[in-house]
Design a protein around this ligand. Structure first.
Ligand SMILES: NC(=O)c1ccc[n+]([C@@H]2O[C@H](COP(=O)([O-])OP(=O)(O)OC[C@H]3O[C@@H](n4cnc5c(N)ncnc54)[C@H](O)[C@@H]3O)[C@@H](O)[C@H]2O)c1
Length: 274
């Protein structure tokens, strides 16, 4: 994917504005990355002007011509959503953020409604809502250079972007960074619980756990050091951290469970594709 300059921000039809669609929407609005756009979701309360909320497809302004239709519904709802908005689809680029829905399956679903679309698949994550997401992206062979560049710009507006060259690699992206924030939030939950279980006041345990996860994340982001070096900087020989890491780094502990978790998530993404 090459860089182009001065492309106008695209107009979007965002279909599905829940956890992920909403995170992207917040991130895009925050940095003015989009032209006047339409959000289609019956559960959304409002969207600010100049954008437009459609609770049903009939609410989409008849003259609205999106550059991208962003599909952010659950994978099992993809066909329904495509059927509902088929009249807006022809000639657009579908930007799907759904796990495990292939470019081919989405192109075919659109074709069943008489629409020709090109497809870009992206796997973002929820920190996109504060401009700190990371997204794996794959553009199908027939996506024009302009649309590729616009899709890249959209996703760069909400964080880091990692293009992949083979569509199947998105299953691993999903397992590592799409689902990844959940693993980190789980760590915060478990640290907080460990503090409470051992007698710390709940507010103290919460402050320590959240501050540690967010502070370590911020240090990782700000530092050029490798993550193992940052870990070693905390670990005095024969000290407290070394004792804790001897539990966590035992071969049957985190190395095994992270490995198992990533394999399980990637397999699930592949299953969804079938
Ligand atoms: N949640 C994440 O962290 C995350 C990360 C990466 C990718 N994804 C992908 O994003 C997609 C959405 O996941 P989510 O967690 O945001 O789910 P969600 O349930 O929070 O959001 C889905 C939204 O779609 C709306 N919707 C359902 N059918 C619709 C239709 N026909 N027309 C318009 N809107 C419709 C729902 O009202 C809901 O607000 C999934 O395909 C998932 O694989 C999610």
């Amino acid at each position: 994917m090459t860089h182009a300059v001065n492309l106008p921000p695209p107009a979007l039809l965002l279909v599905g504005c829940g956890n992920m669609g909403g995170a992207l929407w917040d991130g895009w609005r925050e940095c003015d990355a989009i032209a006047p756009s339409v959000v289609l979701d019956r559960h959304r309360a409002s969207v600010p002007t100049p954008h437009h909320l459609a609770r049903t497809p009939q609410d989409i302004p008849p003259d609205f011509r999106p550059d991208f239709v962003v599909l952010a519904v659950k994978p099992a709802k993809a066909e329904d959503a495509i059927a509902l908005i088929s009249s807006c689809l022809d000639g657009t680029t579908l930007l799907s953020v759904m796990a495990g829905r292939s470019c081919a399956s989405l192109r075919e679903a659109a074709a069943r409604h008489g629409a020709t679309v090109s497809v870009v698949r992206a796997m973002p994550n929820t920190p996109a809502s504060i401009g700190q997401g990371v997204t794996g992206i794959f553009a199908d062979h027939d996506v024009s250079p302009t649309r590729r560049e616009q899709a890249l710009s959209l996703l760069r507006a909400v964080g880091g972007v990692a293009p992949v060259t083979h569509e199947r690699q998105l299953d691993l992206v999903t397992a590592i960074s799409g689902s990844g924030p959940a693993y980190v939030f789980l760590l915060a939950e478990l640290l907080e619980k460990a503090g409470i279980d051992r007698g710390l006041p709940p507010e103290t345990a919460r402050l320590l756990a959240r501050g540690t996860v967010s502070g370590a994340g911020a240090l990782l982001a700000a530092s050029s050091a490798e993550s193992h070096v940052l870990r070693e900087n905390v670990t005095s020989p024969n000290g407290t951290t070394a004792r804790a890491l001897s539990c966590l780094m035992a071969p049957n502990a985190w190395p095994a469970s992270i490995d198992e978790a990533i394999t399980a998530a990637a397999e699930r993404a592949a299953e969804l594709a079938r």
